[in-house]
Design a protein around this ligand. Structure first.
Ligand code: ATP
Ligand code: MG
Length: 599
């Protein structure tokens, strides 16, 4: 055995400790039904309906499980404190009581604008218990995106902190006539004028507010999309979504009772809610919550010291670790880790190779959207990973590829959408509606919702291919596709190739109009530490890509940059690269990460 192999064995000694829930993909797909998945949940006692908060907290609060750590928070100094399942159940019931005491009705939208603190989780579950609709906002949003979303969602209640209120809400408060209550989690007996002290209200609230008898189709969540392609849309989700969170938590994330689970997404985004709150709590595992922002050494320390067993993260975070260099992981061991999964953007094969080397495990990519509410396509723990592929559809999910015409519309033949049956042929990824976490509408935009469906399929707006074994391969977002000299080029393929060059840390690829070719491929490159931009390096990288991709697909143009524009959820904003390049309007920038703003 080589030293490296030995090291890998040591690092992932935990891999074989647990038998994956999905041991045989084909067999599980054949026998799976959503009804069967529903049986893994409890339902409200007395057959009174289905409520996410009951499944996530109260059903575990009974008996010895109640003393189990539900949420373990990591402070800036690395110390931790926890909430048990029974504390979470109790506190969220109190929060529901507060809402009830204030006269907040079922269906009212309760927004959260909080850092990752206990109040966030308590408010979310408490809102479900009062039959309200949770709308999480990302705490780094500025006043404008906050105002925009609160207005769109006619928020009646906002739960926030003193500092966030002062800085971001007070300046726009006058524009929010529907906002009846602002609850401060840290008012310390002295709420700001026009706000309420949540702790004081919690202390005096009746503790035993029961859970409102919500039904599976009652609205539970309003999530705004990342705004990668335009203005963020408000996707509406119902309590029934928890069935999909449960099933995907079991088959994709393989959540077992003793797991220590860490999802690095903020609950301000759908991943942070579906898989940072709901799915793991429904499975009764211990959920890690880092109160701080991403930091390379801190993250390695958390993975090692907290003995994380399952880690759900994003390509952008993995690329940041890669950029820092493998040596930064030296000295940390990850023997507890048994599964790494990733979502949000295409996962470059290079990241999988890197993780295997540095963390001792590969990364399992999966695909979904705010609209789908839960994971739809995945690489499962029991199946070999095909680097660069998103994997295969979840049991219970029927995925297909729809042929598109030259304008990007689905091809209809004899009243039916034309499905692509040949392998390795690109089409628009489509899903057969009917899974529990499918969005039930876009807020105030019925027409747009309707346009997402054709011939009995939900059209995702993403382009993909399927190989002969049924694995799906992401090509690009419909809007990002580059048409050059008769070729259709997906930016992901080009970016992944560029990342294989030793000097390249990040790459964003777009099409630039060209009178001869229609469009030519242009790449924007961030270099790894220790490399300087130069004409020679530019030519070298272009040459490197040509050798691998061929002249028709490789970038013709290449610029070096120090910061690609990204959404706050970490996605490269290609539409903004393009708008800046062509001097066009920059569009909605509410989700743009601060560091990527132009000076
Ligand atoms: P908007 O819809 O506002 O433009 P968005 O699509 O980025 O924003 P999300 O719902 O957060 O908002 O992201 C879903 C999209 O992210 C998918 O449609 C897909 O384009 C991309 N995505 C997610 N997971 C993957 C993956 N594993 N591989 C490739 N792309 C992915
Ligand atoms: Mg989208």
């Amino acid at each position: 055995m080589t030293g490296q192999q030995h090291d890998d064995r040591r690092k992932n000694a935990g891999v074989l400790k647990v038998q994956p829930y999905l041991a045989d993909y084909e067999a599980t797909r054949k026998t799976f039904s959503w009804d069967q998945a529903r049986r893994g949940l409890s339902g409200l006692p007395g057959g009174r309906g289905l409520n996410i908060a009951y499944e996530a907290a109260d059903r575990h609060a009974i008996g010895s499980q109640g003393r189990k750590e539900a949420l373990r928070f990591i402070r800036a100094d690395g110390s931790t404190y926890s909430l048990t399942y029974s504390e979470l159940a109790f506190q969220s019931s109190r929060f529901a009581s507060v809402l009830r005491g204030l006269g907040v009705q079922a269906g009212a939208r309760v927004f959260t604008l909080l850092t990752r603190c206990p109040g966030l989780y308590i408010a979310m579950l408490g809102t479900f218990k009062n039959a309200g609709v949770v709308c999480p906002l990302f705490s780094a949003f500025g006043p404008d995106p906050i105002r925009q979303r609160l207005q769109l969602g006619t928020g009646q209640v906002l739960v926030t902190t003193k500092a966030l209120y002062r800085k971001k809400v007070a300046p726009v408060r006058a524009d929010l006539p529907d906002l009846r209550y602002i609850l401060l989690t840290d008012a310390d007996g002295a709420p700001e004028p026009g706000t309420l002290d949540l702790e004081a209200l919690m202390a005096s609230a009746a503790p035993a507010a029961g859970i409102a008898p919500t039904q599976p189709e009652d609205v539970a969540l309003l999530h705004f999309t990342s705004g990668t392609t335009g203005t963020p849309k408000g996707a509406i989700h119902v309590h029934e979504a928890v069935v999909a969170h449960y099933a995907t938590g079991r088959f994709v994330l393989d959540l077992h009772p003793d797991d220590v689970y860490w999802c690095t997404a903020d609950p301000g985004w759908v991943t942070g809610t579906s898989y940072g709150v709901i799915a793991p709590l429904v499975h009764g595992v211990t959920v890690l919550v880092d109160e701080e922002e991403m930091d390379v050494d801190r993250w390695y320390r958390i993975l090692a010291d907290q003995k994380v067993t399952i880690w759900y993260t994003a390509p952008t975070a993995l690329r940041m670790l890669m950029k820092a260099g493998a040596e930064r992981a030296a000295g940390y061991g990850f023997p507890a880790l048994r599964l790494i999964a990733s979502v949000g953007e295409p996962l470059n094969p290079e990241a999988i190779v890197w993780a295997q080397k540095v963390l001792g495990l590969p990364v399992h990519d999966n695909w979904w959207q705010t609209e789908t509410g839960g994971i739809m396509i995945a690489n499962y723990p029991s199946m070999p990973i095909r680097p660069g592929s998103m994997g295969r559809p979840m049991p219970g999910i029927e995925a297909a590829l729809v042929a598109r015409d030259s304008e990007g519309k689905p091809v209809i033949e004899e009243g039916e959408v034309k499905l692509i049956t040949e392998s390795d042929t690109m089409g628009e990824l489509a899903l057969r509606p009917g899974w529990p976490s499918m969005f039930r509408g876009y807020l105030n935009d019925e027409e747009r919702y309707r346009r997402c469906f054709a011939g009995g399929w939900y059209l995702t707006g993403d382009l993909a291919k399927r190989d002969k074994d049924g694995y799906f391969w992401f090509v690009g977002r419909g809007d990002d596709l580059i048409k050059s000299s008769g070729h259709l080029i997906g930016p992901f393929e080009v970016e992944s190739c560029l990342l294989e060059h030793p000097a390249v840390a990040e790459a964003g690829v777009i099409g630039i109009p060209d009178p001869v070719a229609g469009e030519v491929v242009k790449a924007f490159i961030e270099l790894k530490a220790g490399n300087q931009p130069s004409d020679d390096l530019r030519l070298e990288i272009i040459g490197f890509a040509r050798k691998r991709l061929g002249a028709a697909v490789a970038p013709r143009l290449l610029d070096f940059t120090t910061g690609l524009p990204r959404t706050r959820s970490g996605k490269i904003l290609r539409r903004l690269l393009k708008a800046r390049e062509l001097g066009l309007p920059e569009g909605d920038l509410s989700t743009l990460e601060q560091g990527s703003r132009r000076p």
